[in-house]
Design a protein around this ligand. Structure first.
Ligand SMILES: NC(=O)c1ccc[n+]([C@@H]2O[C@H](COP(=O)([O-])OP(=O)(O)OC[C@H]3O[C@@H](n4cnc5c(N)ncnc54)[C@H](O)[C@@H]3O)[C@@H](O)[C@H]2O)c1
Length: 475
């Protein structure tokens, strides 16, 4: 395994960084490392009232504003977007819900003034290319950063976030909501209790037919300036690996007892986008002539230092039902999702040749339900947002900040999962040859403890109820 940062970056010139990404370089130049893995157990002083600035108020951002505003001891103190009307809409929401007005920031560089202002946390929900530049600027100005997925698109960005977080002592968390899904948290709990035996292999995915959304006119509610279509036009491999990957990393203790070593990725050609565009927009349309590069299905296999594997797939262009696969298998059992099923050996050495029937599976699910879901799952489901996991993610993040606790996901988890974006592309462009995955903890994984089974104290938070919220996304 290659643990040298410079060696990794040597091979990246071919990527062609955009101007938006250039911000990361200056941050790296000033870096003085605090030490390998220093942020894994990092806890800042408790913040009684967490003042949050939210950047990016398109499809996803408003739901975040509403969730954060519902958490006691959290103030949405700043709102930022390219469009005045999107900021105004969230100001209206705050006013209608009896919350203080936030400061407004409008324009492509307005996030800078927001990051310079009086805030504790900058919460970033912009298109991918702006994630890292805004997070770096926030940390450089003393703010914790929480970044939507994938938080970084290149190795350069992954390293910049790691090094800046370590140097500034600011949290840098990727907002991987799927780590808070009911099945994923059950999986983490049953794995930690040892019921699956020794963990050997996992499978995750982002399989979600986004063809309609990718081509939807931004003026009619599509992605701002077609940012996702643009990325898929220019890149190959897996640009969106973290939903399937990070929950399995947590269960297996990647970066905390184990570490990625190398990966390999193969991809189909792109067939689905062209076929869709021709039918929907006509042979002569710009959409039909675009020919995005990104293959329909990419399959990445990650290999760890301890000899375990995780497969991660990406397919947003095929006619098939949504799936994150969520498979975890060990020496005493296996489970997967869509629909949920589980097979368990009675005792070590026994086989588990059939899935448990629905009743028995339900009993096991109840027995190993994650404590966070027991405590706050019903409130989270009531509010909505991917079945409740979005709210639980924000709740834990704010609870940890308020109580001075380490966060569930640190900057190394962010970097190791996001490194797949560039590395899968490099491997897939080279006939699936393996590429090393950097150890962003620089050896810290050898002594770091796996993530525990963590929850929140609703009484301490003063949270008794939430309102159902129609700004929450459900797919
Ligand atoms: N975790 C999840 O389940 C989930 C779901 C959906 C989207 N996402 C992520 O959320 C992010 C946003 O996705 P979306 O669907 O809301 O996209 P979108 O295009 O609908 O919204 C992006 C918003 O960011 C704003 N923006 C662009 N540049 C900006 C800048 N420089 N400063 C401030 N604002 C800026 C745009 O004006 C737009 O309002 C993406 O990273 C996406 O991957 C995550």
């Amino acid at each position: 395994m290659n643990t040298n940062r410079r060696e990794f970056l040597k091979g990246t010139a071919w990527m062609g960084f955009t101007a938006a990404m250039a911000g990361s370089a200056s941050a790296v130049a000033a870096t003085k490392l605090c030490g390998a893995g220093a942020m894994t157990t990092y806890a800042d002083k408790p913040i009684k009232k967490v003042r949050v600035g939210v950047a990016g108020l398109g499809m996803r951002g408003p739901g975040a504003v509403h969730r954060l505003a519902a958490i006691p001891g959290v103030e949405v103190a700043a709102l930022c977007d390219l469009f005045q009307e999107r900021v105004d809409a969230q100001q209206n929401f705050l006013a209608q819900n009896g919350k203080p007005a936030a400061r407004s920031y409008v324009g492509p560089e307005a996030y800078k003034a927001m990051c310079e202002s009086d805030l504790d946390l900058v919460y970033i929900v912009t298109p991918w290319a702006m994630h890292t530049p805004i997070a770096l600027y926030a940390m450089e100005h003393g703010k914790h950063a929480a970044i939507e997925v994938p938080a970084a698109m290149t190795l350069e960005q992954c390293w910049a976030l790691v090094e800046t977080s370590e140097r500034t002592g600011r949290h840098c968390m990727q907002l991987e909501n799927c780590c808070y899904g009911e099945v994923e948290m059950f999986t983490l709990n049953i794995a930690r209790q040892g019921r699956l035996g020794e963990l050997v292999h996992g499978e995750g995915a982002y399989i979600h037919d986004l063809r309609e959304l990718n081509y939807l006119d931004p003026a009619k509610g599509g992605y701002q300036d077609y940012w996702r279509l643009r990325w898929n036009t220019e890149h190959f491999g897996n640009p969106y690996p973290t939903h399937g990957l990070l929950p399995i990393m947590q269960a297996m203790g990647v970066n905390r007892g184990d570490c990625f070593d190398y990966l390999t990725c193969v991809s189909t050609n792109q067939i689905g986008m062209d076929a869709y565009a021709k039918i929907k927009f006509g042979e002569d349309s710009w959409q039909a002539k675009l020919h995005p590069k990104c293959g329909d299905m990419s399959t990445t296999v990650m290999h760890t230092v301890k000899g375990r594997t995780i497969m991660v797939q990406h397919d947003v262009t095929s006619a098939r039902p949504y799936s994150r696969i969520n498979l975890l298998s060990g020496t005493m059992g296996c489970l997967n999702d869509y629909p949920f099923r589980i097979a368990l050996a009675e005792k070590p050495g026994d086989g588990a040749h059939g899935w448990l029937d629905q009743q028995k599976a339900g009993e096991v699910f109840a027995q190993y339900r994650h404590p966070l879901w027991k405590v706050a799952g019903e409130l989270a489901k009531k509010m909505g947002g991917h079945g409740g996991m979005d709210f639980l993610m924000d709740l834990r993040l704010c609870y940890c900040l308020q109580n001075g606790l380490p966060l569930d996901m640190d900057v190394y988890d962010l970097a190791a999962s996001c490194a797949v974006c560039e590395l899968s592309e490099r491997s897939a462009l080279n006939r699936g040859n393996s590429v090393d995955v950097p150890d962003f903890t620089r050896g810290g994984w050898k002594t770091a403890k796996p993530l525990g089974i963590e929850t929140v104290d609703l009484d301490k938070l003063g949270l008794t109820d939430v309102k159902a919220d129609d700004a929450q996304l459900n797919v």
